[in-house]
Design a protein around this ligand. Structure first.
Ligand code: GTP
Ligand code: MG
Length: 132
């Protein structure tokens, strides 16, 4: 089996979609092996989004991620990294099909509800970053 780092972003909590999203994960059959509510700070956001700090939209992304608590989880399951990316839908919500989390609940590229690791290497680094 494989592990991934999933983070429900501040809009998911504000919109009270935590239960809805976790229900989908449970029904799919992935195991939640660690979970916690956290308020992120600017340095950890910059580390997590190091590939984006030079982008013109980064200040907006940082404000969004600072705007309230996030719910971080480690999930375990067969091919869970790819499986969760499929369930989330693409970053561009206009391309996210109905049936995906972003496709069903998000209308904006920034406020897209959920993060999921994209490779085994990033999954390992992100689990270490948020769960030690
Ligand atoms: P994460 O799972 O959060 O890492 O999203 P992702 O892997 O689908 O996308 P990526 O890592 O490329 O970008 C991280 C986050 O930055 C996205 O989830 C968006 O919130 C934001 N973002 C990415 N690209 C854009 C963009 O072109 N414009 C804006 N406004 N935000 C973006
Ligand atoms: Mg990403």
């Amino acid at each position: 089996t494989q592990q991934t780092y999933i983070m429900l972003k501040p809009d998911a909590l504000k919109r009270q979609l935590l239960g809805e999203i976790i229900t989908r994960i449970e029904k799919k059959g992935y195991q939640i092996v660690q979970a916690k509510l956290m308020q992120l700070d600017a340095p950890i956001i910059a580390e997590h989004y190091a590939h984006l700090t030079d982008q013109p939209f980064y200040p907006k992304l940082e404000r969004y991620m600072l705007s309230g608590p996030v719910f971080g989880m480690v999930l375990e399951g067969e091919d869970v990294i790819r499986g969760m990316r499929n369930m989330m839908g693409p970053t561009n919500v206009f391309e996210a099909a109905p049936g995906t989390i972003r496709g069903d609940y998000a209308t904006d590229v920034t406020y897209n509800l959920i993060h999921g690791s994209d490779t085994p290497e990033t999954a390992e680094a992100e689990i270490k970053r948020f769960f030690g």
